[in-house]
Every structure is written in structure tokens, then in C-alpha cells.
Write a protein that binds this ligand. Structure first.
Ligand code: ATP
Length: 281
């Protein structure tokens, strides 16, 4: 990874968790950066600190966790130590989060259109009519058929795969500086997975948003990420251009992940029990 101007610049980050069992470092010595229009993948086993890293950037760590060292800069602004009011402003205008469950992300009692409009008007000063027009445009960009009809529907009338693409459209509607997507394709059938990866590719092609894509699945990272960091037990074991890391893994742990990627791409493997969630802050 080079030293060009980075939208997100994380340096020597350390996150500590305090519980009745004592103190533990969820993340340490973590440094990485992302440039505008680029996708950085974070891959690693469960519990290695991927979510803690994302939540620290958003200023949404649980009460038991704290950034104890290091720096997180978004467009040159240091986020660690900012007041919660300032962080909320930054989240509202510059950051978006897409998590795993689209069904729980939406209010079941409101149409997609009213939720879209509500969120857009919270993030910018647009009128109801402008918000509706933007919503229609974003749904079309996400390749959703009949955007007007989708906007008039309730979440339960749409499939999980469609709701995921709607969430990505909503999360990027106001062109955030940084989109954080946590496992957005896990366990989708191939068709829906490809739709979501295409949605990510379209956001990349527009070029205004940097993206942090978290996945335990190296194939997803390989499909869209320019650079990747491989994490194990809260630390980076390897990082670099995705194609280099995947073609020539250096760390034993990355080699293992690459081997299991071959297993995951086996079409006979049953991944139907895995769930996917997408939520926006
Ligand atoms: N709310 C919490 N309170 C205390 N410890 C937590 C909390 N959430 C996570 N942890 C601990 O922090 C460490 C890092 O967890 P984290 O959720 O960041 O891992 P992850 O890589 O995102 O895992 P997964 O892929 O399963 O989501 C783990 O040891 C985990 O047990």
C-alpha cells in the first residue's frame, strides 16, 4: 500500500475490551488506508476484530471497548477523541454502514419509499420530491426493476436479495465519503450475490466513495477489492494489492484462507444456513 492521499488513514490502532474477566486487546498495531473510489477488503476468521475495527471508525464501539492507542483520520480529520455530537455529524454526512440483515434494517410498517425519503432528508436538505427522485434513480442504479413500484412496497413484499440492494442504494444515496459493508454477500445464492457485487462495482465506477468491505470469504474480496488486509487475532498478518495477496500469499494463515476459498467455491457445499444482514446507520 502506498502513501498517496488517503480518505481513510488508520495508524497503529489499538482497541481494548474491559470485562469481568479482565482486559484484552481486540485489535492492535492496525494500520491501513483507503483512497477515494477504492475498495479495501478485510478478511479473517470470526473474532479476529473486523467488526471492532469498523465500529471504531464509526465511533460506535460498545461501552466495554475503547480505542487505547493510534489514530483514525477521515479526510484528514482525527476521529478518535471527537465529541459524540461531532461524530454524529460526520456519520450523518460522510459515513454509511451496511450490515447483515436487510429484514431487520427496515421498519416493517413503512414503505421503502417513505424510509428512503426520511433517511435522505435527514442526511441532506432536499425536498420530499427531490428525495423521491433520487430514490428512484438510486434503485435504478442498483438494477432493481420498476423502482417506482419498489418504493411503494413494504419490506415483507420484497426478497432478501432485493432488500440488500435497496440498502446499498440507500447507504450510498448521498455519496458518502466512506461506505463500510460488513459481510454483504455471505450466504446469498449465486444470482443475488452477483447482483450485490455488481452494485459494489457500480459504486466503485462512480468513483466518489471509498469502501471498506468486511468478509470472511476471500472470493468476495477477490471479486471487488483493490487492496486487502488479512487479520488474525486482532492483528494484520498480511496486506497488499488483492491480486498479489491472493496469487502469492506469504503468510501461512493467508495460504490457509486461499485453500478454503477453493472449498467455498465448490457449488455442492451447502451455505443455505448462513444469514445476511444489511443495515444503514
Ligand atoms: N460487545 C462486545 N463486548 C465485549 N467483547 C466483544 C464485543 N463484541 C466483540 N467482542 C470481542 O472482540 C473481539 C473481536 O470481535 P469482532 O466482533 O470484532 O470480530 P469479527 O472479526 O468481526 O468476528 P465475526 O466475523 O464473527 O463478526 C472478539 O474477541 C470478541 O469476542
Amino acid at each position: 500500500m502506498d502513501n498517496r492521499q488517503k480518505v481513510l488513514d488508520v495508524r497503529a490502532l489499538e482497541i481494548e475490551i474491559v470485562s469481568e474477566r479482565g482486559r484484552m486487546k481486540a485489535v492492535q498495531h492496525l494500520s491501513f488506508g483507503i483512497e477515494t473510489g477504492q475498495v479495501l477488503g478485510i478478511v479473517g476468521e470470526s473474532g479476529c476484530g473486523k467488526s471492532m475495527t469498523c465500529m471504531s471508525i464509526l465511533g460506535l464501539l460498545p461501552d466495554s471497548a475503547h480505542v487505547t492507542r493510534g489514530s483514525i483520520r477521515l479526510n484528514g480529520i482525527e476521529l478518535t477523541g471527537l465529541s459524540s455530537k461531532k461524530l454524529m455529524q460526520i456519520r450523518r454526512h460522510q459515513l454509511s454502514l451496511v450490515l447483515q440483515n436487510p429484514m431487520t434494517a427496515f421498519n416493517p410498517l413503512k414503505t421503502i419509499g417513505s424510509q428512503f425519503v426520511e433517511t435522505l432528508r435527514l442526511k441532506s436538505n432536499c425536498s420530499k420530491k427531490q428525495a423521491f427522485e433520487l430514490a428512484t434513480q438510486r434503485l435504478a442504479e442498483m438494477n432493481l426493476p420498476e423502482p417506482d413500484r419498489v418504493l411503494s412496497q413494504y419490506p415483507f413484499e420484497l426478497s432478501g436479495g432485493m432488500l440488500q440492494r435497496i440498502m446499498i442504494g440507500l447507504a450510498t444515496a448521498n455519496n458518502p465519503t466512506l461506505l463500510i459493508a460488513d459481510e454483504p454477500t455471505t450466504a446469498l445464492d449465486n444470482g443475488n450475490r452477483e447482483h450485490v457485487l455488481n452494485a459494489i462495482r457500480r459504486i466503485k465506477a462512480k468513483g466518489g466513495t471509498a469502501m471498506l468491505l468486511v468478509s470472511h470469504d476471500l472470493s468476495v474480496i477477490e471479486a471487488v477489492a483493490d487492496t486487502v488486509i488479512v487479520m488474525k487475532k486482532g492483528q494484520i498478518v498480511e496486506s497488499g494489492l488483492t491480486k498479489d495477496v491472493i496469487r502469492h500469499p506469504q503468510a501461512e494463515y493467508t495460504k490457509l484462507l486461499c485453500d478454503s476459498r477453493l472449498t467455498w467455491s465448490n457449488p455442492n457445499q451447502d451455505r443455505s444456513q448462513e444469514r445476511v444482514e444489511i443495515v444503514q446507520v
